[in-house]
Write a protein that binds this ligand. Structure first.
Ligand code: NDP
Ligand code: 8X3
Length: 259
């Protein structure tokens, strides 16, 4: 196991859910953090807590990963002490809508593709060249079980996560002659703001996703990310698919107590 003490991790989507838990897990392990999201107030509150609890340095960035120019400027504009990024966690992402394809809202589709696919690409294109130049770095993408196993009413979200899977695998091949590592952590059901966002703020529908089934917590997923990040340099954890015990696939979920 390697130490994350004084390593610098760049985490997108750290204002909520899985990204926030990853920030907490990395700070607990002593990492310095660059935390990005659109809701900077939340990042600043988190950063204050983590600095107090763990004495780590944290830089917060208000960033919409869909904005290619803003991503390029944000990474290029990092102060010298934040330029050397050891770990990039591409976590920012979302589902919007739960509709049959022929009834879907094309604005929802654009938001998912722009965030989950293009946003991940903009951040990767900005951060990875420095890692290659230094001969050191680890990219950890947050995919989904939906990137292996599609489900009805999820075509575009599924496609965006299949894209993350393809990008992850091809990137690993592109970097095979370097010491860089590329991992993906692919969760099933995790209780976060994900469903509230998917259902455009409809709390009742969102809560319904997590009723009568014991789902994963964001900390469960952060634990898997931490595992990837702390293996010795010759070990690449390529992919972790992690679901609740009561979920066997995207579609097969057991609602109610387990026998
Ligand atoms: P949350 O909604 O709780 O968190 C999503 C995070 O992404 C927020 O911090 C949000 O920040 C950020 N984000 C969204 N859009 C943008 C953007 N355009 N620019 C920058 N940041 C953005 O959901 P989760 O924590 O569940 O989701 C995190 C990742 O996990 C996503 O990639 C999701 O697809 C994946 N995932 C989630 C699962 C689940 O069941 N929850 C299962 C499988 C995968 P802000 O709004 O402040 O910008
Ligand atoms: C999120 C998992 O099954 O809710 O990626 O789409 S699911």
């Amino acid at each position: 196991m390697i130490s994350l003490r004084d390593k610098t991790a760049f985490v997108t989507g750290a204002s909520s859910g899985i990204g926030m838990s990853i920030a907490r897990a990395f700070a607990t392990a002593g990492a310095r953090l660059v935390l990005c999201a659109r809701r900077k107030d939340r990042l600043d509150t988190l950063a204050r807590d983590l600095r107090t609890a763990h004495g780590v340095e944290i830089h917060t960035l208000e960033l919409d990963v869909r904005d290619r120019g803003a991503v390029e400027a944000a990474v290029a504009g990092l102060a010298a002490e934040w330029q050397i990024i050891d770990i990039l966690v591409n976590n920012a992402g979302l589902a919007r809508g739960f509709d049959k394809l022929h009834e879907g809202d094309v604005n929802d589709w654009e938001e998912m593709i722009d965030t989950n696919v293009k946003g991940l690409l903009w951040v990767s294109r900005s951060v990875i060249p420095g890692m290659v130049a230094r001969g050191s770095g680890h990219i950890i993408n947050i995919g989904s079980i939906a990137g292996h196993d599609p489900y009805p009413r999820g075509a575009v979200y599924n496609a965006s996560k299949f894209a993350v899977d393809a990008i992850t695998k091809a990137l690993r091949m592109d970097l095979v002659d370097t010491p860089l590592r590329v991992s993906t952590v692919d969760p099933g059901l995790v209780e976060t703001e994900f469903s509230l966002v998917r259902f455009h703020g409809d709390r009742e529908k969102a809560d319904g996703v997590y009723t009568d089934i014991e789902v994963c917590t964001p900390d469960d997923i952060a634990d898997a990310v931490l595992y990837c990040a702390t293996r010795p340099p010759h070990v690449s954890v390529n992919q972790i698919v992690i679901t609740p015990t009561a979920q066997a696939s995207s579609m097969v979920k057991h609602v109610g107590p387990l026998r």
